[in-house]
Write a protein that binds this ligand. Structure first.
Ligand code: ADP
Ligand code: MG
Length: 326
C-alpha cells in the first residue's frame, strides 16, 4: 500500500540575517511526510529543527530568508508565493510550541480563545454551536472537566492541562498537518508520557499527520513512525524508528542514542556528546561533525558526505558508508 504524501520538502535552505553576518541555519534539507504519519525531527539544540517547522508553518521571523527549496503541501508548492510574503500561512497546517503559557493570552478565558478560533476557521456563527464544538475539542484531548476548563483563565490551569488546551485549539481548525515543536519539554516525565499518548491517540482517531520536533531521541522513538536526525542545519540520517534505534549508522546518531537515560531515576546525570557545534556562519567544507566524531577520517575534513540511501529506506550522510562498498 502506498500512502499519499502530504508534505514534500525539497532542498530547503534558510538563512538568518543578523548584525554580524548570515547564519546558515538550514542547508539542503529534503524529506517527506505521508498521510497519517508521525515523522520526528531530532537533534541537539541549534540544529535547525524549529526553523524547518516554522518554514513549513509559514511562521518564520522577519530576519529569515528562504534561500532555496520547495515546500509542497498536498500537491501545492506554496513557497513560491511565500518568497514574496513569508507570513502567508497554509490553513491546514498548525504549529504548537513547548510553552503553552506563552501561546495563550492570559486575559481571556480558555473558552473565549478556542471559540474565537472556531468562529474564524470553521465559519460557525451560532454561539451555542460554537460552545458545543469547543467543548467537543476539549473533550477530545481528554481533559477531565471540559466545562470547568472552558470557563477558566490560563493561569488557573496546570502546565499539562494547558498543553492539552493548546492541542485542542490546534485541532479545532481541523489541520491535516500538526507540527509539534518540543511540546513536552517543559513537562515532567509522567505528563510527557501522557501528552505523547494523547498525540498518538489523536493521530489514530483523526488521521492527522504530525511533524514532531524534539531534542530527545527516546521521545522520538516512542511517538515516531520515522525519525530524521539533524545536525547543524543538515540531515545526517533518516529511517523508520525501529530501524534507526536498532541499526543506527551515523556516529552522531549513536551518540544521541547513548544520551537517552536508561532509567527515569530523577538525579541521574544526563549525558551529552562532547564538543560544541561549529560556527553556523562558516560551516566547515567537509563533514560538519568532524571535530566531534569518534570515527573521523582524513576525507571527512575535505569532502562533504552526501545523504545516500545506504540501506533500504535508510539514508545516511557519512563517509563510513559508501554506496560502492556495499
Ligand atoms: N530569529 C533568529 N535570528 C537569528 N538566528 C536565529 C534565529 N532563530 C534561530 N536562529 C539560529 O539558527 C540556528 C537554528 O536554530 P533553531 O532552528 O531554533 O534550532 P533548534 O530548534 O534545532 O534548536 C541556531 O544557531 C539559532 O541560534
Ligand atoms: Mg527548537
Amino acid at each position: 500500500m502506498t500512502r499519499q504524501k502530504i508534505l514534500q520538502v525539497e532542498n530547503l535552505s534558510i538563512d538568518y540575517v543578523v548584525l554580524d553576518g548570515i547564519i546558515k541555519a538550514v542547508r539542503n534539507v529534503s524529506f517527506t511526510i505521508d498521510e497519517g504519519e508521525v515523522v520526528c525531527l531530532v537533534g541537539e539544540s541549534g540544529s535547525g529543527k524549529t526553523t524547518v517547522g516554522l518554514a513549513i508553518a509559514g511562521a518564520l521571523p522577519e530576519n529569515a530568508v528562504i534561500r532555496e527549496g520547495k515546500i509542497i503541501f498536498r500537491g501545492r508548492d506554496f513557497l513560491s508565493n511565500r518568497l514574496k510574503d513569508k507570513s502567508t500561512s497554509e490553513d491546514r497546517i498548525m504549529i504548537i510550541f513547548q510553552d503553552p503559557v506563552a501561546t495563550l493570552n492570559p486575559l481571556f478565558r480558555v473558552g473565549e480563545i478556542i471559540s474565537d478560533v472556531i468562529k474564524h476557521h470553521l465559519k460557525i456563527t451560532n454561539p451555542g454551536e460554537i460552545r458545543e464544538k469547543a467543548l467537543e475539542f476539549l473533550k477530545a484531548v481528554e481533559l477531565p472537566d471540559p466545562e470547568r476548563v472552558f470557563n477558566s483563565y490560563p493561569h488557573e490551569l496546570s502546565g499539562g492541562m494547558l498543553q492539552r488546551v493548546v492541542i485542542a485549539i490546534a485541532l479545532s481548525i481541523n489541520p491535516r498537518l500538526l507540527i509539534a515543536d518540543e511540546p513536552t519539554t517543559m513537562l515532567d516525565v509522567t505528563l510527557q508520557a501522557q501528552i505523547l499518548d494523547l498525540l498518538i491517540n489523536l493521530k489514530k482517531k483523526l488521521g492527522v499527520s504530525i511533524l514532531f520536533i524534539t531534542h530527545n531521541l527516546g521521545v522520538a522513538a516512542e511517538i515516531g513512525d520515522r525519525i530524521i536526525v539533524m545536525y547543524g542545519g543538515e540531515i545526517f540520517e533518516e529511517a523508520r524508528s525501529e530501524e534507526l534505534l536498532y541499526n543506527p549508522l551515523h556516529p552522531y546518531t549513536r551518540g544521541l542514542l547513548e544520551c537517552i537515560p536508561k532509567t527515569h531515576i530523577k538525579y541521574s546525570k544526563l549525558k551529552s556528546i562532547p564538543g560544541m557545534i561549529f560556527d553556523l556562519m562558516n560551516p566547515p567544507k567537509g563533514c560538519t561533525f568532524v571535530d566531534r566524531c569518534t570515527e573521523a577520517m582524513e576525507i571527512c575534513r575535505n569532502v562533504k558526505p552526501q545523504l545516500v540511501e545506504f540501506l533500504k529506506d535508510h539514508r545516511v550522510a557519512c563517509h563510513l558508508y559508501r554506496l560502492e562498498e556495499r
